[in-house]
Design a protein around this ligand. Structure first.
Ligand SMILES: Nc1ncnc2c1ncn2[C@@H]1O[C@H](COP(=O)(O)OP(=O)(O)OP(=O)(O)O)[C@@H](O)[C@H]1O
Ligand SMILES: O=P(O)(O)OC[C@H]1O[C@](O)(CO)[C@@H](O)[C@@H]1O
Ligand SMILES: [Mg+2]
Length: 340
């Protein structure tokens, strides 16, 4: 079978390990032929398809980024999939492995509904996909954020400052919660849980009074109760969505004004997506890749590979894209016992 591999949306540590897993198992066990789609759906619309023999994926499981490139270009021309079908047919491509977050997988579901043979693989540092216990990339992002917070703590302690750290995660607080717990933050602010300015300043002051340099971790999607919009730049991504970010600076100013404690903000940004994947993500991504090629070979169209417990399973793409996985209140409550 001739199979195209595509990744779309933001890049994510582990993408190359998935691609390697798909191609190596597909070549060795099933003797499939592979091609790569360049830069997400752009390659499908603009007919930018490249050969993907096993020699091209050697040694890739530890390499960050993606050898295919990625983008947020839409696959729909005049709202239709005709162009995609035309390009797939031109190259005799029978199936598509689509690696992506909720956006890419929503498109994969629409492709499936439209008769295109597709299997999905869940990717995102945000860990916000409901049908899988973990997405690859999340563990790496949490490790980078944790190490960064550890480093910020020592400089904070040297100067008796409060350190605020803004992390990614879009509309959910998974990265903030996990990195915050791991690094022993004195407050963790996430979009799912309303927290007032008074609470934040209370935790900061309490930590300071105990002789600690307060550390506040804030997810980019957090906003204080009553604020109608998340902090974002005026600039938008290619889908026209406002780019989140800026809440760390707002929290920093607020803490300094209200408590008088000298405070600094650090926004970790794309550092959280760069560089080598953690060993956990290499393993998960490799398992997802090899399972995805099994799904293609079994013609389980319209499904996505997922991690449930320690098992890789297949779930329906409709179920996988129906709701975002947000942080349950109880998990934040567990962490909040130790704030301040
Ligand atoms: N609801 C939608 N309808 C049609 N196309 C969509 C939709 N959502 C996303 N897309 C397309 O899917 C692609 C990827 O979407 P998006 O940028 O949201 O990334 P993602 O796959 O969710 O990954 P991540 O959010 O982790 O970066 C884009 O090319 C975009 O054009
Ligand atoms: O790379 P971009 O387009 O700036 O997107 C940033 C967004 O992508 C993610 O890194 C992954 O979805 C989010 O955490 C973040 O809000
Ligand atoms: Mg998305």
């Amino acid at each position: 079978m001739k199979i195209a591999v595509l990744n779309a949306g933001g890049d994510c540590p582990g993408l190359n390990a998935v691609i390697r897993g798909v191609v190596l198992k597909g070549d060795r066990i099933y003797e499939h032929e592979f091609v790569g789609v360049k830069d997400g759906f752009r390659g499908l619309v603009e007919d930018d398809i490249v050969p993907l023999p096993r020699q091209h994926v050697r040694g890739l499981s530890k390499v960050g980024g993606t050898i295919l490139g990625t983008s947020r270009v839409s696959p729909f021309v005049d709202g239709r999939t005709d162009r995609v079908k035309e390009v797939l047919a031109k190259h005799d491509i029978e199936a598509l492995v689509a690696i992506g977050g909720e956006g890419t997988l929503t498109v994969a579901r629409m492709f499936h509904d439209d008769g295109i043979n597709v299997v999905g693989v869940p990717k995102t540092i945000d860990n916000d996909l409901s049908a899988t216990d973990r997405t690859f990339g999340f563990d790496t992002a949490v490790s980078i954020a944790t190490e960064s917070i550890d480093r910020l703590r020592t400089t904070g302690e040297a100067h008796s400052r409060c350190m605020v750290v803004e992390v990614m995660g879009r509309n959910v607080g998974w990265i903030a919660l996990h990195a915050g717990i791991a690094a022993g933050a004195h407050a963790i602010l996430i979009p799912e849980v309303p927290v007032t300015r008074d609470q934040v300043c209370g935790w900061v002051q309490h930590a300071m009074d105990r002789g600690r340099a307060p550390v506040v971790v804030v997810a980019e999607g957090f906003s204080f109760p009553g604020e109608d919009q998340q902090a974002s730049s005026e600039r938008t991504d290619t889908l026209g969505r406002r780019r989140l970010g800026g809440i760390g600076e707002q929290v920093t100013r607020m803490v300094e004004e209200r408590t008088g404690i000298e405070t600094r903000n650090t926004t970790l940004g794309h550092l959280q997506r760069g560089g080598v994947p953690s060993s956990f993500d290499r393993v998960l991504a490799t398992r997802f890749g090899t399972a995805a090629v099994d799904s293609v070979s079994a013609r389980r169209w319209g499904t996505m590979v997922a991690l449930q417990g320690i098992d890789i399973v297949n779930v329906n793409l409709h179920d996988a894209t129906s709701a975002l996985k947000s942080v349950p209140r109880e998990q934040w409550d567990e962490a909040a016992i130790l704030f301040g």
